[in-house]
Each structure stands twice: as structure tokens, then as C-alpha cells.
Design a protein around this ligand. Sequence first.
Ligand SMILES: *[C@@H]1O[C@H](CO)[C@@H](O)[C@H](O)[C@H]1NC(C)=O
Ligand SMILES: *[C@@H]1O[C@H](CO)[C@@H](O)[C@H](O)[C@H]1NC(C)=O
Length: 421
Amino acid sequence: MVCAAMLILDVLSPLLLLSILLPSYGCRAADIPEDATSEFSVRLYHQLQAAGEQDNIIFSPLSVAMALGMVELGARGASLEEIRQVVGFSHLLPGVEFSLLQNLTAALSDDDSHYVIRFANSLFLQEGVTFNPEFLHLVRKYFQADVETVDFSESAAVAEQINNWVENHTESKIRELLSAEDFTSATRLTLVNAVYFRGSWKNQFRPENTRTFSFSRDDGSEVQTLMMYQQGDFYYGEFSDGSQEAGGVYQVLEMPYEGEDMSMMIVLPRQEVPLASLEPIIKAPLLEEWANNVKRQKVEVYLPRFKVEQKIDLKSILQDLGIKHVFTSNADLSAMTDGKDLYIEKAVQKSYLEVTEEGAEGAVGSGMIALTRTLVLYPQVMADHPFFFVIRNRRTGSILFMGRVMTPEVIEPNDHDFDSM
Ligand SMILES: *[C@@H]1O[C@H](CO)[C@@H](O)[C@H](O)[C@H]1NC(C)=O
Ligand SMILES: *[C@@H]1O[C@H](CO)[C@@H](O)[C@H](O)[C@H]1NC(C)=O
């Protein structure tokens, strides 16, 4: 594994204490599977970023990779090669990616006493077309996935059946994934992909410390939000890419969930720097640099409550990234069924994430926290403007969610009394 060097600025805000050039350390131990898909994850992010000006973003790279893995099991020829190439598996021996994906998901579900992860990946195939038994066997073996048959000509009934299935697999958080209009009598195959995660912070926020607070969006507008607060031990670092393009120094805060295997990493530019200036520098090796170089220390954290939900037309995004063949009538899915001219008509992903004090709703205080902008002993992370985030497995590096918050949970001025900021 290549570990690049980068400039790390170690800052105890607001004083610059030292700035050093560090070769990176902390490369992953050899026995832990390495997620080869982080490049793909970042490219997906940049596609979504280009499409959605000021919108929140949330998607699950790992879940997309798993869904594509299922397709790969059924694909041959150019259909297979394109997926391997784009997802980042072409350096592996053929087929090794299935075992890799299996190990990465196993590592995620290792610790189910501390959090809940539900993947809902399924292929829905037109009734009367039969799956190849070997394909079914492999899909279950590697992905514990369901493959089901439906009658797409009954489009309303199919939408309901698929939506129920997804709801059942995501603790009812993901509803109405598809509608009758999504299907035609010509639909033969639909790829459904959803993921649900619920974790409790290792260091929870105390609900009584949550206050209404102004959040400045990148378009200059302000919204009122519920800002959580705590002083606690987290992983923290201040970074700069060494140029001014990304707005100079930015903060990275890693907040572990209970069990410490999973964490949310928050990347926050300086207040006056729009997130759009930082986004272009986000690259797969940089994610790793952040993870390897944040250090455990006491941090003062102001984080808005937020809920992000997004439905993504995976088909168009994957086509843009170079996975085209499998969506055309030239697709080769001959390992999946004997049915001729079978191709993927539709591919969607819907993700949902809610970040609160502990995972459950807490009581909301009113009034203000005294905000001292005087010299503080601990670095202060004040997420009162847009930020980028990643929820990842700290052992394998696999990325469960990636996204950004441009607008947190907005509260109406009448909901709570709040003081002027
Ligand atoms: C997955 O785990 C199994 C069992 O530990 C191991 O034999 C296999 O090599 C792993 N696969 C990959 C691709 O790391
Ligand atoms: C969803 O779960 C309910 C209750 O467990 C069950 O009755 C129903 O058949 C399930 N629906 C699907 C589509 O799996």
C-alpha cells in the first residue's frame, strides 16, 4: 500500500502551535480487508455534487458496491468488465471482489450489540424468467441477498410489493422507494438498494445542552436549527492542502459510535469558506490521510441535529461513471438467467440518516449557550455552516455513508423561543 505524505497543521485554535511535514503512519494492518472502493465512492460523491447545487447529499458507497457485486455475479463479458473497472476491482483476480465485499460487510455486522445496520439489496425479476440456480446460490452466499420475481405489468402492485420489502428491511425508515410509474410492461429487471444504520454516539450529547442557533447556508441565507453541544474526547485534526484553493486550514472531527468500530467524520471549512471550495480536493487518499492523522483530544463540538434523505437514480450516475453496458439491450447477464435480451431497466438507491443527541429524540432546551470566542483550551468545532461527512468502519475503512449537510433540521421561529445570536 502506498501512503503519501501530506502537510499537517497541528493547531490548537486559535493559536497556531506547530506545523510539520509528516509522512503518514498508521497504514492498515495486513489481515484486515482493505476497501478498494473508496476512489469509486468519491467519484460518486462528485457526480452528486455536480447535480445538486445547494442540496444535502447522502448515499451509501458500500451499498452501491454490494448491489453492483450482485449484478457482477450474473454478468459476463463487457458487462462484467465495465463494472470491475469502474468500481475499482480490476487489479484483483477475477472473483476476489465477492469475498472482499463479503468480508467488509461481515466486519460491519460484527458488532451488532452497539449499532444496527441493515442492507436491503435485492433484484426483482419478471415472473416467468428463471434465475440460474448457480447465480442464486452465489448471491445468497456472498450477499445474503434476496432475489424475487414479480409481474412488472402490474406496476402498482409491484411498486407496493417492492416498497414493502424495502420498508421491512430498513426498520420502516425507507418508504415509497418506487412508484407505479417506474415500471412498464417491458421492465424485466430492477435493482433495489437501501441501507439503514442506527448507532449511538460513544459520547452522547446531553439534550439539555441543545439550543436554537443560526446556521449560515452557503447561499448567504440563515436558518434556525437545533445545535447540539458537548465537550468531549474525540479524534481531531486541522489540515490544509498547502494552497489557498480549498480555503486554507479546515477541521476534521471524528466522532466514534459506541463500540468504536464505526465513526462519523465531519470535515468543516472555515466559516467564511463555502463547502464548494473544499469539495474539489476530496479524494480517496485524503480520506485515508484524515483518518490516519486525527488525534485523540478534548474538543468542544457544536453540531446541528440533522436528517438527510436522498433517492438517487443510480442508473444515470453509474452510466456517467462508465458503467453503461449492463443498462443497454446489449447487456450480457447470461450468468443470471437464460432469458435473452435481459438488461437492467432501473437502479435506485435511497438512504436516510438522522443525527441526534443519542439516536433517539431528546428534550430540547431553550435559551443560549454562552459562546465565548475568547481563548479556549480546546479546539472548537462549530458546525454552523455546511460540512462534508463520512460514516465509516474504522478498521476496514469501508464507507457506509458519504454526504454533506447544506441545510440541517430547520425549525420555525415560532417553535421555540430563541434569543438573537
Ligand atoms: C475474506 O476472509 C476469508 C476468511 O477470513 C479469507 O480467507 C479471505 O482471503 C478474505 N478475502 C479477501 C478478499 O480478503
Ligand atoms: C413485511 O413484514 C410483515 C410483518 O413481518 C409481513 O407480514 C409482510 O409479509 C412483509 N412484507 C414483505 C413484502 O416482505
